[in-house]
Design a protein around this ligand. Structure first.
Ligand SMILES: *Cc1c(COP(=O)(O)O)cnc(C)c1O
Length: 390
């Protein structure tokens, strides 16, 4: 197969490798070489590759019914919504096709919230280092100039503030046009920076006092990656809106926006939707994915594996001169280096391990959540071999 198809647009810097199949936490190329996957398709394939039960669910549904449109009832959506609501403490759920779309839904709910408050030109606080997606609303929420440049003018709803700086939020307290605060409990693309507990709790208080919606973008950390079902569950707070996507369908494209209280009722018929959102095909896999996560106690498994992996990383890599800091939560781990290392990802591929670099010098580990201790050992050893010779 031609992997360098010249008819493709150039919007990705692709590595020169095409995988032919996967099994569990490994991917294989056409030469049969195995790669330990510590990326999981960017925090997507939590249950690994070619999960037999998911493959069976998908193929059975594929033989039954794919798509009917949201003009009709889709029981698979209703049951997945029940599950997500019960796990998250939210009241209602709406499905879409990606993380960016989930955030668009949250932004539209914020606009409807503004109408309730009689605000014509509403503002939403979001944070430097955050990432919310590439569509116009989600891109406007994202402060990173690399993502915004060239696409001006941007939607101007967003006020970008420094992350984990409560004084910066307090300073906006009496601005009358603010309707929401949008954040990641652990900034993923921004370099694996967790939110401070007191800070997040204070933001929750401010939201209550001021009638702002607290929107947690759980697209990357949600669905057990942190060792709990959702990132905010580490902080004993409840957001008003959450957005989900990456891990939700184990690789089928799906997103969700869940809300509670008044915000859960803002979308009435005709106000928002998508042709493809929540097809029986995709939702059958979402239901099965959620069931397997519960049955196999994936959240607890992540805690155990992550504790072990973090300790081993610290023990084996901690003294390397190149290493600056290891941080993160659950199986969302950042290894910050003193300086960027050219071709580091390629060096990993040569050694048969897949990881990603974010924020230029942070090795980001997002392995499948079914990672076992032996996989953690293999990963640490391979990283040591690579980093000790850089
Ligand atoms: C990946 C990501 C998004 C965007 O999701 P897409 O499915 O790529 O649109 C939004 N927010 C966060 C936190 C993400 O990690």
């Amino acid at each position: 197969m031609n992997t360098k198809a010249t008819a493709l647009m150039n919007n990705y810097a692709r590595l020169p490798i095409a995988f032919t199949h996967g099994e569990g936490v490994y991917l294989f190329d056409s030469a049969g070489k195995a790669y330990l996957d510590a990326l999981a398709g960017i925090a997507v394939c939590g249950l690994g590759h070619a999960h037999p039960e998911l493959a069976q669910t998908l193929s059975e549904q594929a033989a039954r019914l794919w798509h009917v449109s949201n003009l009709f009832e889709i029981p698979e959506q209703a049951s997945a919504a029940e599950k997500i609501a019960a796990l998250s403490g939210m009241d209602k759920v709406m499905f879409c096709n990606s993380g960016a779309e989930a955030n668009e839904a949250a932004i539209k709910l914020s606009r409807l919230h503004a109408r309730q408050k009689g605000i014509d030109r509403p503002a939403i606080i979001s944070f430097y280092g955050g990432f919310h997606g590439r569509t116009f609303g989600a891109m406007a929420a994202t402060a990173n100039p690399k993502i915004r440049r060239g696409f001006e003018p941007h939607l101007n709803d967003f006020i970008h503030l420094p992350f984990n700086d409560i004084a910066a939020v307090e300073a906006q307290r009496y601005r009358p046009d603010i309707v929401a605060v949008m954040l990641e409990c652990l900034q993923g693309e921004g370099g694996i920076y967790p939110v401070d507990k007191d800070y997040l709790r204070r933001i929750r208080q401010l939201c209550d006092e001021r009638g702002w919606l607290l929107i947690c973008d759980e697209v990357q950390i949600g669905i057990c990656r942190s060792g709990k079902w959702f990132g905010y569950q580490h902080y004993d707070i409840q957001p008003d809106i959450i957005t989900l996507a990456k891990g939700l369908g184990n690789g089928l494209p799906v997103g969700a926006c869940a809300a509670r209280g008044a915000a859960a009722e803002y979308f009435q018929a005709g106000l928002h939707g998508s042709t493809f959102a929540g097809t029986p095909l995709v939702m059958s896999v979402v239901n099965k994915t959620l069931d397997i996560y519960q049955r196999d106690r994936i959240a607890e498994h992540v805690q155990t594996t992550a504790d072990y992996l973090r300790r081993q990383l610290q023990r084996r890599l901690g003294d390397l001169p190149l290493l600056k800091e290891i941080r993160g939560q659950g199986l969302m781990i950042g290894i910050e280096l003193q300086q960027p290392v050219p071709q580091l990802v390629e060096k990993g591929l040569n050694k048969g391990v897949i990881f990603n670099i974010t924020a230029e010098k942070v090795i980001r580990l997002l392995p499948p959540l079914i990672f076992k201790l032996e996989h953690a050992d293999e990963l640490v050893e391979k990283l040591y071999q690579i980093l000790s010779t850089c």
